[in-house]
Design a protein around this ligand. Structure first.
Ligand code: NAD
Length: 257
């Protein structure tokens, strides 16, 4: 019997085949989970095509800034799946100018937008998924983070949003622990995705981190998928409120020259 046989999962954040959320989906589906995918309208065709590879999967549009759209997603998942075991939040956005200019010049509008999409959405999703997870006697929520506790040039308001996201993971873990729901974050090393390429100097950071990491390489998306599988399965039943690194050891290094 596979680790996630009989389990259901809802994935937010697939844009294309390079998305971390897609790597996670492959690991979860490979372990037997049945998956539902949400997509932003502009990437709908990609997501429908990818999801069609996985038997029994469903797809739905959702802008995570809209509570009514998240609620419709939960209603549809409940109708189709009869509850939910796994929620994957792999969504982030910051306006380009906030990633190009020094952090000091972040506008109030850019700050609100980045924090709303990249951090608050996890709280909204977890709250609206709660009744579905209660039906299944508990569940696992995971999110993706990076650079919430240190400064990375050009990451700017996204780093601030990740700090809020990581703190939300701890507060949410406390809020939903009594329902046997666990909430954890994966802090991943750099991966070449659509979102990452929007960060100025990303490729330099990608190359440099390969030299700095103890493992002397970048991580593979499949390695994030394997960690996600662990966190979404009963193998990690004692773990909640954590930020777990999957970065080839990058974070342990003091001198990063
Ligand atoms: P990606 O571009 O493939 O995924 C980002 C997703 O966010 C896309 O699917 C996009 O549609 C979605 N999104 C943005 N705004 C949205 C909105 N308003 N409503 C609904 N969806 C919205 O890039 P990725 O690198 O796979 O990013 C996934 C997560 O992983 C992000 O949280 C990112 O910060 C995090 N992360 C990425 C890296 C990396 O190096 N790529 C490292 C660590 C963490």
């Amino acid at each position: 019997m596979a680790l996630l046989d009989g389990k259901t999962g809802l994935i937010f954040g697939v844009a294309n085949k390079r998305s971390i959320a897609w790597g996670i989906s492959q690991a979860l589906a490979g372990a037997g989970a049945r998956l539902a995918f949400t997509y932003q309208e502009r990437v709908g065709d990609n997501v429908k095509e990818l999801a069609s590879i996985l038997s029994g999967s469903i797809t739905m549009p959702c802008d995570v800034q809209k509570d009514d759209e998240i609620q419709s997603v939960m209603d549809q998942v409940d109708r189709e799946f009869g509850g939910l075991d796994i929620l994957v939040h792999s969504v982030a956005f910051a306006p380009k100018e906030a990633l190009d200019n020094p952090y000091l010049y972040t506008s109030r509008e850019a700050f609100h937008l980045a924090l709303d999409i990249s951090a608050y959405s996890l709280t909204a999703m977890t709250r609206l998924a709660l009744p579905l997870m209660q039906k299944r006697g508990g569940g696992s929520v995971i999110t993706m983070t990076f650079g919430g506790d240190r400064v990375f040039p050009n990451y700017n308001v996204m780093g601030v949003a990740k700090a809020a996201l990581e703190s939300s993971v701890r507060y949410l873990a406390h809020s939903v622990g009594e329902y046997n729901i666990r909430v954890n974050a994966i802090s991943a090393g750099p991966v070449k995705t659509l979102a990452a390429r929007g960060i100025q100097g990303f490729m330099d950071m990608y190359e440099k981190s390969r030299e700095i990491t103890p493992l002397k390489r970048n991580i593979e998306v499949s390695e994030i998928g394997n960690l996600a599988l662990f966190l979404c399965s009963d193998m990690s039943s004692g773990i909640t409120g954590e930020v777990i690194f999957c970065d080839a050891g990058f974070n342990i290094m003091g001198l990063k020259q």
